[in-house]
Structures are given as structure tokens and as C-alpha cells.
Design a protein around this ligand. Structure first.
Ligand SMILES: NC(=O)c1ccc[n+]([C@@H]2O[C@H](COP(=O)([O-])OP(=O)(O)OC[C@H]3O[C@@H](n4cnc5c(N)ncnc54)[C@H](O)[C@@H]3O)[C@@H](O)[C@H]2O)c1
Length: 387
């Protein structure tokens, strides 16, 4: 069989994973990777680690593991660094996040204690519910971006890193509409220098990474790199970008159920979703401006899956509502209820009820790993811009 003409550089040397925001998701991710490396646990939920790929015909029975088939970075070659407004090391931050049990955390404690967040680019204007001491000072966004680039270069030198990727694991910022400062690189860089309020901290991180050719993924629903200026920069610097919220809990259910309804051509009258969660993410989302960012991203999921324009009889007029309620006793163990009003043959009505008792960060951590490994692969395959 002829080989496809794709030139993929080998995954030689170390891969550095840069994490702005070292809270529940980031620490669950880091602790998990180290636990897997030490043989303490399995990387459940990670497509790159657990998944297989079918080659040729079904009857050929050629089904290798994805990680054996693709030239992905090896977990042993990964190093972590990140930033947070709190200066707790990753062990203390993971304890506070309350996702993983003490026994597991203690088994990788030495490793986690060795990772301490660098000082963050932060402004409370964009995450109203948080305030922390570990924050950089600078005259404008431009200077702060330069400081981030210096952090990245130091990490690279200190740990002898070959390649890097950045995954935003920071909080959901307030809702921002794309505006003039986001349209071109020239306008964006002027905005960095004039401290344009339409530029948010997550954009400053994305800019720092992309201007160094480092791939960027966004785990939050923030605008971040999702603007023409940074898309252009990503292409110019040959950096792949991806992501808009991890979509792990209730939205995971939506992305599982909705394609099934559509495949059976069953109609939808309404989808009401409500959640309780009590972690720091829940607290941040208790602010209406951060919630709006999340809400817009969550609402868009059903439209993009169900394509009401193509199926007006089935999906032309459904009511979709999402609520998130901050409820501290639950911590990271979210509960999400969905009431789905559907209709079938001759318009007859039916209902689906879902009660998903999930663990948000347990679902998000393997996605972080897959995003990091696949963005690194994309970069080595010379892909750039939105993936
Ligand atoms: N938990 C999940 O499974 C899940 C699912 C989908 C999306 N998300 C999104 O992922 C993000 C992280 O979620 P989490 O549960 O880890 O939240 P978290 O609150 O535990 O962690 C976020 C961390 O980001 C830090 N932070 C905020 N702004 C920062 C900045 N400018 N620079 C550096 N650090 C900053 C906060 O101090 C906090 O420690 C959130 O935006 C959340 O909405 C999470």
C-alpha cells in the first residue's frame, strides 16, 4: 500500500505542557499522568492512551492501539509548568480542589510538591469572584505578555524541553463580544500596548504562546484565541489551536444524546438542563458575567449538532435552557439533571430524564492529556490554525 505523503517529525526529546490556571482540572491532570507513569492507575477516559483504530476492512482484524499507531509523545517525556493567582504547589492545590483522594495524592506527593505555579497575568475585572496574591505587575498587557514569554523560555531551558503546548485551565472569564481590537494582529498588538479592555488575560497567554509558535488549546468557554487576530498569528507561526470549553459533564451527555436523536430523526421540543456544583469553578460561574460566557458556549452545542436549518421539522423550534447553581456541599462532584422533550412518529411526544452524578475534573483531565498529545502531533505534522 502506498504511504500517505505526510512528513511527521518524530516526538524526540521532552514535551512541556504549560497550564495557565492550576486548579481542579490541571492538578487532577498532572497527578493522574504521574500516577499512570508510576503504574498506580490507568488513564481511563483518554482516547490516545486507551483507544484503538481500525485499519483496512473490518475482516482484516487490524486494530492497533492509537498510541502505538500514531507517533505521539510518550508520557515519560512530559514536563509540566503553569501559572496561578494562588501560589500553592500542586499537591496543596489538589488537596484544596478535593477531587482526588489523599491516598492517591500522597503516592505522587513528591512530584506534585515540585510544581509551583508561576505568577499569573490576572485582573479581577475579568473573573469577579477571585482574588489572589500571585500576580505579575506590568505597565500594560504587552509587558505582561513579555513576562510570560520569559517564564516559558526559563522553563524550556531549566527542564531541557524540546517542544511545548499550552492548555488554558484557568477560570471562565466574563463574557466578551469580538470587537475591533480582535480583528487584526496590528489592532491586537496596539490593544496590548494601550491596555484595551476587550483584551482579557486568557488572550494574553494565548498571544504569548502563539507568538512563540506554541500550540494553544482552550479548556474554558472564553473567547481567548477564538478571534481573527490570534487565528492569523497561529497560522503565521505554524501553531495549531483548538478548544472551546472542555464540555465534560452535562454537555458531554448532550454531545452523546443529541447525535443519537438526530441519527434516528427524532424531533426535539425542549431541553432543560440544571446543575449543582460546589467547586471553585462553580463559585466563579455564580457571577452572571462569567456564567454568560459558559451559557453561550453550552447553548451553541445543540444547534451545531442538530442543524435546525437542515431539519426545520425536527429541530426548527426547540427551547433550550441551561442553569448552573453554586452549591458548596457538593464540591467537584457535580449533579446535572436534564429533561428532554422529544417527539417521534406522527409527532407523538416522549420524554427522557437524565441525572448524571459526575466528577467534573475526572472527566476533564483525560481530555487535557489528549489535547496536549494531539496538538503536539499536529504541530509536528506542520498543521496550523484551528484544528
Ligand atoms: N472541571 C471541569 O471538568 C470543567 C469542564 C469544562 C470546562 N471547565 C473549565 O475549565 C476551567 C478550569 O476549571 P477548574 O474546575 O479547574 O476550575 P478551578 O477554579 O479549580 O481552577 C481554575 C484556576 O484558574 C486560576 N486562574 C484564574 N484566572 C487565572 C489567570 N488569569 N491566570 C492564571 N490562573 C488563573 C484560578 O485561580 C484557579 O485556581 C474553567 O474555566 C472551567 O469552566 C472545567
Amino acid at each position: 500500500m502506498a504511504k500517505p505523503n505526510i512528513d511527521i517529525k518524530p516526538a524526540s526529546g521532552k514535551l512541556g505542557i504549560l497550564l495557565p490556571g492550576m486548579g481542579a482540572v490541571a492538578t487532577t491532570f498532572i497527578a493522574g499522568v504521574e500516577a499512570v507513569r508510576r503504574g498506580i492507575a490507568k488513564p481511563i477516559g483518554s482516547m490516545t492512551q486507551m483507544g484503538t483504530i481500525r485499519l483496512g476492512k473490518r475482516t482484516d482484524a487490524r486494530v492497533p492501539m492509537i498510541k502505538d499507531f500514531l507517533p505521539l509523545a510518550n508520557l515519560d517525556e512530559i514536563e509540566f509548568a503553569g501559572w496561578d493567582i494562588y501560589d500553592d504547589n500542586c499537591y496543596d492545590a489538589a488537596k484544596k480542589a478535593g477531587v482526588l483522594e489523599t491516598q492517591l495524592l500522597d503516592s505522587v506527593r513528591d512530584f506534585l510538591e515540585g510544581i509551583r505555579p508561576m505568577s499569573a497575568v490576572f485582573d479581577q475585572k475579568y473573573v469577579k469572584k477571585l482574588d489572589g496574591p500571585n500576580v505579575k505587575k506590568g505597565a500594560n498587557w504587552w509587558e505582561l505578555a513579555e513576562q510570560l514569554k520569559a517564564d516559558i523560555k526559563n522553563f524550556q531551558k531549566e527542564k531541557n524541553i524540546d517542544r511545548m503546548v499550552m492548555i488554558w485551565c484557568g477560570s471562565t472569564e466574563v463574557y466578551i463580544e469580538p470587537g475591533p481590537a480582535h480583528q487584526t494582529m496590528k489592532a491586537f498588538e496596539e490593544g496590548l500596548k494601550s491596555n484595551d479592555p476587550a483584551i482579557t488575560p486568557s488572550m494574553v497567554y494565548a498571544y504569548a504562546a502563539l507568538s512563540m509558535g506554541i500550540p494553544f488549546a482552550n479548556g474554558a468557554p472564553n473567547l481567548s484565541a477564538d478571534i481573527p487576530a490570534l487565528d492569523a498569528l497561529a497560522r503565521e507561526m505554524s501553531a495549531p489551536i483548538c478548544g472551546k470549553d472542555f464540555k465534560t459533564g452535562q454537555t458531554l451527555m448532550k454531545t452523546i444524546i443529541a447525535p443519537g436523536l438526530k441519527a434516528r430523526q427524532l424531533g426535539l421540543n425542549g431541553w432543560f438542563s440544571t446543575n449543582i456544583l460546589g467547586n471553585r469553578d462553580g463559585e466563579v460561574l455564580d457571577d452572571p458575567e462569567s456564567f454568560k460566557t459558559k451559557e453561550v458556549s453550552k447553548l451553541s452545542v445543540l444547534d451545531s449538532i442538530l442543524q435546525p436549518d437542515l431539519y426545520p421539522d425536527l429541530y426548527g423550534n426547540f427551547y433550550h435552557k441551561v442553569r448552573i447553581n453554586y452549591y458548596p456541599p457538593r464540591g467537584d462532584n457535580k449533579e446535572g439533571w436534564d429533561n428532554i422533550d422529544i417527539f417521534g412518529w406522527l409527532g407523538y411526544k416522549m420524554q427522557i430524564k437524565i441525572d448524571f452524578l459526575c466528577r467534573d475534573s475526572i472527566l476533564a483531565a483525560p481530555i487535557c492529556l489528549d489535547l496536549a498529545l494531539l496538538l503536539d502531533l499536529a504541530k509536528r505534522t506542520n498543521l496550523s490554525g484551528i484544528q
